[in-house]
Design a protein around this ligand. Sequence first.
Ligand SMILES: *[C@@H]1O[C@H](CO)[C@@H](O)[C@H](O)[C@H]1NC(C)=O
Ligand SMILES: *[C@@H]1O[C@H](CO)[C@@H](O)[C@H](O)[C@H]1NC(C)=O
Ligand SMILES: *[C@@H]1O[C@H](CO)[C@@H](O)[C@H](O)[C@H]1NC(C)=O
Ligand SMILES: *[C@@H]1O[C@H](CO)[C@@H](O)[C@H](O)[C@H]1NC(C)=O
Ligand SMILES: *[C@@H]1O[C@H](CO)[C@@H](O)[C@H](O)[C@H]1NC(C)=O
Ligand SMILES: *[C@@H]1O[C@H](CO)[C@@H](O)[C@H](O)[C@H]1NC(C)=O
Ligand SMILES: *[C@@H]1O[C@H](CO)[C@@H](O)[C@H](O)[C@H]1NC(C)=O
Ligand SMILES: CC(=O)N[C@H]1CO[C@H](CO)[C@@H](O)[C@@H]1O
Ligand SMILES: [Ca+2]
Ligand SMILES: [Ca+2]
Ligand SMILES: [Zn+2]
Length: 694
Amino acid sequence: MDLWLFYVLLSGVILQIVCCLPVQELQERNEDSGIDQDIFDINEALGLNLFEGDIKLDERPERNSIIGNEYRWPHTIPYVLEDSLDMNAKGLILNAFEQYRLKSCIDFKPWEGEANYISVFKGSGCWSSVGNRRKGRQELSIGANCDRIGTIEHEFLHALGFWHEQSRSDRDDYVTIMRDRIQEGKEGNFNKYDDKRSDFLNVPYDYNSVMHYSKNAFRNGTEPTIVTNIPAFIDVIGQRMDFSEYDIRKLSRLYNCTSSLSFMETCSFEFENVCGMIQSTEDNADWQRITQVPSGPQTDHTYVGICQETGYLMHFNTSAGSVSDRAVLESRFLYPKRGFQCLQFYYYNSGSESDQLNVLVKEYTDASPNGTQRLVKTIQGSPAGYWELHHVSLNVASKFRVVFEGIKGPDGSNGGLSIDDINLSETQCPHHVWHIRNFTQVVSSATTQYSPPFYSPKGYAFQIGLLPTSSFNLHIHLHLISGANDDRLQWPCAWQQATVLLLDQHPDIRQRMSNQRSITTDPSQLVYDRPDNVGMVATFPNGTEFMRGPATEFSSFITQQRLESREFVKEDSIFILTTVEDISHLISTQPNSTAVTPTTATSVCEAYGCQNGGICILEEGKPVCRCPVGADWWYVGEKCEQKGSTQDTVVIAVASSLSIFAVMLIITIVTTSCIKKKYRKKMESLGLQNKTPL
Ligand SMILES: *[C@@H]1O[C@H](CO)[C@@H](O)[C@H](O)[C@H]1NC(C)=O
Ligand SMILES: *[C@@H]1O[C@H](CO)[C@@H](O)[C@H](O)[C@H]1NC(C)=O
Ligand SMILES: *[C@@H]1O[C@H](CO)[C@@H](O)[C@H](O)[C@H]1NC(C)=O
Ligand SMILES: *[C@@H]1O[C@H](CO)[C@@H](O)[C@H](O)[C@H]1NC(C)=O
Ligand SMILES: *[C@@H]1O[C@H](CO)[C@@H](O)[C@H](O)[C@H]1NC(C)=O
Ligand SMILES: *[C@@H]1O[C@H](CO)[C@@H](O)[C@H](O)[C@H]1NC(C)=O
Ligand SMILES: *[C@@H]1O[C@H](CO)[C@@H](O)[C@H](O)[C@H]1NC(C)=O
Ligand SMILES: CC(=O)N[C@H]1CO[C@H](CO)[C@@H](O)[C@@H]1O
Ligand SMILES: [Ca+2]
Ligand SMILES: [Ca+2]
Ligand SMILES: [Zn+2]
């Protein structure tokens, strides 16, 4: 008893020392120990002996096949997040679901008593079964260190019916398995399946797949076990950042997806119809579609650093005209399903500080059939010699248009306002953008760069540090710092999930494979206590002092090879996006099947019956079909009953608004290769009909 009391007193004293003296090097938390641990390393360290490293087979392995509709899930998969899961994993699983919604037609819903559902729990390691086993509760384990979005996407792709990429029947044409380097007894992990067990859905072999093993899977020694037949891909295989374009294509083919749930629009202005955007006539100026502006930008954003004078942007010339001239550009009609949207675009100001860009929405409801405008954001600031990334949260629940309004200010200008690469989806916007320019210089300096202070929605102040290490891996730290609200906040900071994302700057968000990691603050950890107590003095560039809390770090945030593998660095710039969400509501147990009856909305839609894979949405309470489109075909009609194709000009002539939507979608698909682009230009100059180059 006495001893116990002694310990309590002692720990009290230690605590006091820790609280009141800024301590050097208070337990930094390193989330990845500097190693880019893959699923298979994690499972191996735990001594698991699963099929192919992370697949749980059941009693009937011989029938375990991607082929066969009985293994499919419904498009909306019921799930239970078990209490055993770590908080950070819970938050990340929900983020992974958002990626499925953005990129595919697969949705997830809390289990409400459906016959089959996925129970996500914290087992030993990261694993799943392949396909819907139809046995009621189907387990999927997200164990320690599996809390990474790419890993969660990987395990759910197994559950949806996918094997590993390198087990395809044609894999020997693309990779060489180095059998003598594989650990004894692990050779079975390199099996391949003939095309009766695994269908590759007519999609080419994909080194970029999130389902591919990494080069070092199951090795004994230091030499890779998988060598890619095209050497450039040796460091590409095994990525766990996000779905690849082909992962999504396969998922869409297997589940007959024709559109994604939360994606709405992308526009890079490469086609003359500017994605169906229209110039207003109630203003006194127009936006121009051009390739460059003498005073900047020299190239559009889509092709920056790739080819010059090929891509297009929209420009409002403020060096002409008079003060208060307005130029208004309106998007086509958009139909929201979820009620919240994130609009993202690149903006270049070469005009004057007083020129401004307003982002508005025009909402159409029964009460205002002609639309009412609402100003969402005004962007103003001094001209900068580069493309800036902007995010605007819209919260629109009815049919709407996005409106870009440029206004010329009183100051002199010899340029104007330009926009490019618009991205609209029904997702939450990231909270903060840290734009790091002169990236090569930062890398060569080998010193930590700190972001400006950011505030989370709850009011916590934090800062990100970025350090390119000698091995050229990016090392990311997160620090809580002293801030304006510290007196009224709860300490230690509890259950705030911070996500740091290095943006893949591919113009089409559906093809982006950004690299992200998340951490969740845990109130039992002293590192998340008040920075005034546990931090050290630091100074902002302007000389103001503040307290910087201990770091939580990802010392292997991204390797140099991966950094070079995508469009992370563009115009010598990178973007780091951060979001801090309060996930304390995820502590409570997920309510079980205490049935919420299906909403009338879904039943109205079910009864309406869109054909040919159209998706039903409710517009002003009435069901409307959004019809599928392909590369050179589309469906039109109230219930998508009629098919059109590029050969079929009659259909274009009688196009209803729905088919216009379809055509726009075809046209907005971005071509990223200059070759295609040049080819098209050549076609145009030859006076040939401009077919959609896909
Ligand atoms: C690894 O290789 C060494 C040397 O060839 C061999 O003795 C050892 O058994 C191997 N270990 C495993 C786990 O395969
Ligand atoms: C996809 O479409 C095919 C052919 O129409 C059909 O047989 C299959 O059941 C569909 N699959 C899913 C998951 O809806
Ligand atoms: C903008 O207008 C000025 C004045 O009319 C003109 O000289 C300039 O070329 C225009 N800029 C562009 C990009 O068209
Ligand atoms: C909508 O516009 C039409 C045509 O411009 C007009 O006739 C009608 O009165 C307008 N409705 C409302 C509610 O403003
Ligand atoms: C980037 O580097 C260039 C040349 O090295 C320099 O002129 C410029 O000021 C730098 N920009 C920033 C934001 O550091
Ligand atoms: C210095 O910079 C910090 C962070 O950017 C800011 O919060 C603070 O107000 C600035 N101090 C002064 C005196 O400008
Ligand atoms: C749901 O939870 C309640 C208690 O909260 C429990 O009695 C009931 O058995 C659960 N139902 C199922 C299907 O698990
Ligand atoms: C740069 C950026 O924020 N891109 C976003 C595009 O939209 C998707 C969905 O909203 C986001 O996940 C991306 O972060
Ligand atoms: Ca462009
Ligand atoms: Ca106009
Ligand atoms: Zn796997």
